[in-house]
Design a protein around this ligand. Structure first.
Ligand code: BTN
Length: 248
């Protein structure tokens, strides 16, 4: 079992930021949870809408002895798989969009911000639980479990379930390597085998997402036939202008 120390707050600027301050003395599995964040952080320096109706937490992992550092990049993918599985347990079919956005019916229901500090990994997870209304800028792209299922979810039950899944996947990953994890990730992927546009730090690339690599990078087949390996970016499906059958 992970030795878990829990910090719970009514309000905090950001659970990831708090985690950074206690990293050294904290055992693996330390959990920081806030009912509400006043300065929630998203990927690429964006802010993350974190009202009381959501589930906002960070887990500290210290894989240094058991995991080669090249494998750290896979931990956020692992978290994505854990969230999808937890949601399935709640009767919700969610998908993961590389690297680790969690979507329901094409809208974002959860996000993961992982930060790597001196061999330690902070897995920050945000799940839009019972949010009824989103700010203007994200209202077309974000959703919540409440909006999708028409009922409210208990924070602690969802938290417990997600943590259990993270722990399960983390153990499996440390014990038996990445094949099973990648396989699971593919099975939850929304973009696998599809045409996508990827916004990378050096520009936008379009192509077919052929796979993820053993280090979590996205493998994109470009129109030229070359394969490009992308380590960081934001990816979106390219909708072709003809009726598409959904997989659901
Ligand atoms: C994303 O941009 O998709 C990642 C969002 C991550 C939000 C969570 S909420 C808990 C943790 N603390 C933060 O400040 N951010 C992450």
């Amino acid at each position: 079992m992970m030795e878990r120390k829990v910090y719970r707050f009514k309000e905090l600027a950001s659970t990831n930021e708090f985690a950074k301050g206690i990293l050294k003395e904290s055992p693996e599995g330390t959990l920081i949870i806030a009912d509400k964040q006043t300065n929630g952080k998203g990927r690429f320096g964006k802010s993350w809408y974190s009202p009381e109706e959501g589930l906002w937490f960070s887990v500290i992992l210290k894989p240094n002895n058991t995991l080669h550092s090249a494998r750290y990049q896979l931990l956020p993918l692992l978290a994505g798989v854990a969230v999808c599985e937890a949601m399935l347990g709640l009767g919700v079919r969610a998908k993961v969009k590389w690297p680790n956005d969690i979507l329901i019916n094409g809208k974002k229901v959860a996000g993961i911000l992982s930060e790597f500090v001196d061999g330690t990994v902070i897995l920050g997870m945000g799940i839009n639980l019972n949010i009824k209304e989103f700010p203007e800028e994200i209202k077309d792209t974000a959703t919540s479990l409440l909006l999708e299922k028409g009922k409210a979810f208990d924070k602690d039950i969802v938290l417990k379930l997600v943590l259990k899944k993270i722990e399960e996947k983390y153990k499996l990953f440390k014990a038996s390597g990445l094949d099973k994890l990648l396989q699971e990730w593919r099975s939850y992927s929304d973009t696998f085998g599809k045409r996508v546009a990827v916004n990378t730090p050096t520009g936008v690339l379009q192509g077919e997402m052929i796979d993820i690599d053993s280090d979590g990078a996205l493998l994109l087949k470009l129109p030229s036939g070359n394969t490009e390996k992308i380590f960081a970016g934001e990816c979106s499906l390219i909708h072709i202008n003809k009726p598409q059958r959904t997989q659901r």
